[in-house]
Design a protein around this ligand. Structure first.
Ligand code: DHB
Length: 543
């Protein structure tokens, strides 16, 4: 309202947004045809951020709820927040050329809005009201605990961790885009956030930032995306599909800004992706593991799917890292153990005191310790993990009950099949065919085809992480993303967190340091103390 009145009065849209931002309330339910970032439309906030180097007091400019498309479908979701560090521990910082962390808060492929956030990373995990303390998140690792989806709810051994806040405390600009998600409907009951809406929105948000280069603080050529789970999938997809033409029509329909959505780098934690192959991969990986109830899944369905994974994996033509050789269903178990799982277990066990290590080994008979190294086979690892989280098929459920069935809904249809296997199984018709729009949409939601086709405008730097006990999807998803990017000559940093469950992010500070390395823009570090005591800052009189 305020905005509409301001326009009537002939004031610029920028001022109106600025007034809305300053008043701390949501703005009008309409788009902004200019899509011009107003550098003056901020509120100044102060927050204390705990980093590996201790607590930092950060003064920052907070730009709230900026609509990022000219013709929004639902502006509550199609808006973004920007946070720009101004002073860190009393030191002035100039972030005008800093890397930009592009941190989505999508969880469960649900709608994610930043419109009511009262500061950086204030979009709560799903089910909690805005501003609520995240103390209610169950979990903690090791132990395979789960994190609630959404709100960028990443866990570091039981504590919530925020890449966005850590990036701000490192002197980087942070953009937090909202996006439509699968459950969103309009007043007609049409599903308006189903595929490909979430990725189209995130791309539109990135284009808004890049189109505002020079007005928005930070180096728009150094955008680094971040997300967890469904948000990790979208982060990887942003990285892989940068500026690809298959989204052009959808972006034009929204009135997206004339910018680029290329990411310089992409960070993805436990990405729930490669959805059309995820059921096969899941049964190959976790097919023999019991459900939480202790019973096994339908072995006929499970082995049929696992069998299909063999062909898919072979078709990728991927090599393992180092000189491992071809990644096939026959070699993949050993590959995961030697490349990721045993090193993760070794690091974990080496960090325990001898007494704690002895108790751990007594309680976990599948894991051995010899010569300062963890030792186990793939089969022993599977037994160590225990229960699988999902039934069969894990993603394209025969009863259409999964988040992914809903993600591929359309119009007033809440959920659809997106694999021929499940469609045919559910219908009892071996000749049933998927709806005609599905094959294009699964590609628009999947980073793998873009890596397979070597999209030239993809991110060239990748960070992948997943908990070793995360049974929300197969570990091959991260394995294949890594191998596919590596095959293209990209720079990939991948690791698994030992005994950690879904949503784990146990080396967030290392991710921030990595951004510094790949961009050549080191994170903020306080000046060294001069020998006589006192800080350099006070010695040279910087406030
Ligand atoms: C998420 C988790 C899932 O198991 C899934 O299938 C989709 C999304 C999530 O946490 O975002």
């Amino acid at each position: 309202m305020q905005r509409r009145e301001a326009m009537k009065l002939g004031l610029g849209a920028g001022l109106a947004v600025s007034m809305a931002a300053l008043s701390g309330r949501s703005w009008a339910q309409e788009g902004d045809a200019n899509l011009q970032f107003d550098p003056e439309a901020f509120t100044e906030l102060t927050t204390t951020i705990t980093t590996a180097a201790g607590d930092r007091e950060v003064v920052y400019h907070f730009y709230k709820a900026i609509p990022y498309v000219a013709r929004p479908v639902d502006v509550t979701y199609q808006c973004l927040n920007v946070s720009v560090p101004i002073r860190i521990d009393g030191q002035a910082v100039d972030a005008s050329q800093a890397p930009i962390l592009f941190a989505n808060s999508v969880g469960g492929y649900m709608p994610s809005s930043v419109a009511n956030a009262n500061g950086i990373d204030d979009s709560p995990p799903m089910g909690l009201p805005p501003g609520a303390a995240p103390g209610g998140i169950p979990g903690g690792t090791p132990g395979g605990a789960q994190v609630e989806s959404g709100g960028n709810a990443m866990l570091d051994r039981g504590q919530r961790v925020s890449n966005a806040k850590l990036a701000l405390a490192a002197g980087y600009v942070v953009v937090e885009p909202g996006a439509r998600g699968r459950t969103l409907t309009n007043s007609n009951g049409d599903y308006i956030g189903v595929a490909p809406a979430p990725i189209v929105d995130l791309k539109a948000a990135a284009r808004y930032i890049s189109a505002n280069a020079g007005r928005v603080p930070g180096n728009t050529k150094l955008m680094v995306s971040s997300g967890v789970s469904a948000g990790g999938a979208l982060s990887a997809l942003l990285g892989a599909s940068g500026d690809n033409a298959i989204y052009a029509d959808a972006l034009a329909e929204l009135g997206a800004a004339e910018g680029s959505d290329v990411m310089f780098a992409s960070g993805a934690w436990c990405p729930i992706t490669d959805l059309e192959h995820a059921d096969m991969a899941y049964e190959w990986n976790w097919g023999q593991n019991p459900l939480p109830s202790g019973s096994l899944v339908d072995s006929k369905l499970s082995s049929a799917l696992a069998g299909l994974f063999e062909g898919y994996q072979a078709s990728l033509g991927l090599q393992g890292l180092g000189d491992f050789g071809p990644l096939t269903t026959r070699t993949y178990g050993d590959y995961l153990v030697q490349t990721y799982l045993a090193p993760a277990a070794t690091a974990y066990l080496a960090g325990l005191s001898p007494t704690d290590r002895e108790s751990y080994l007594a309680a976990n008979p599948n894991i051995a310790w010899s010569g300062g190294k963890a030792d186990f086979t793939w089969e022993e690892f599977l037994e160590h993990v225990g229960a699988r989280r999902k039934g069969v098929p894990a993603f394209d459920a025969l009863d259409l009950s999964t988040p992914e069935n809903n993600l591929f809904g359309i119009d007033q249809t809440e959920a659809r099949h997106f694999t021929a296997f499940s469609l045919r199984e559910a219908m009892g018709d071996p000749n049933a065919e998927l709806a005609l729009d599905i094959p294009g949409k699964v590609v628009q939601m999947n980073p793998m085809p873009f890596l397979r086709e070597a999209n030239p405008t993809r991110a060239k730097f990748w960070w992948f992480r997943v908990g070793a006990k995360d049974t929300d999807t197969a570990l091959t998803v991260v394995g294949n993303l890594t191998a596919a990017a590596q095959k293209l000559g990209d720079d990939v940093d991948t690791a698994m967190y030992w005994d950690a469950g879904h949503g784990a992010n146990e080396d967030a500070d290392a991710f921030i340091d990595w951004i510094g390395v790949i961009t050549g823009y080191p994170p903020f570090s306080p000046p060294a103390k001069p020998p006589g005591g006192g800080t350099q800052a006070s010695a040279i009189g910087v406030a």
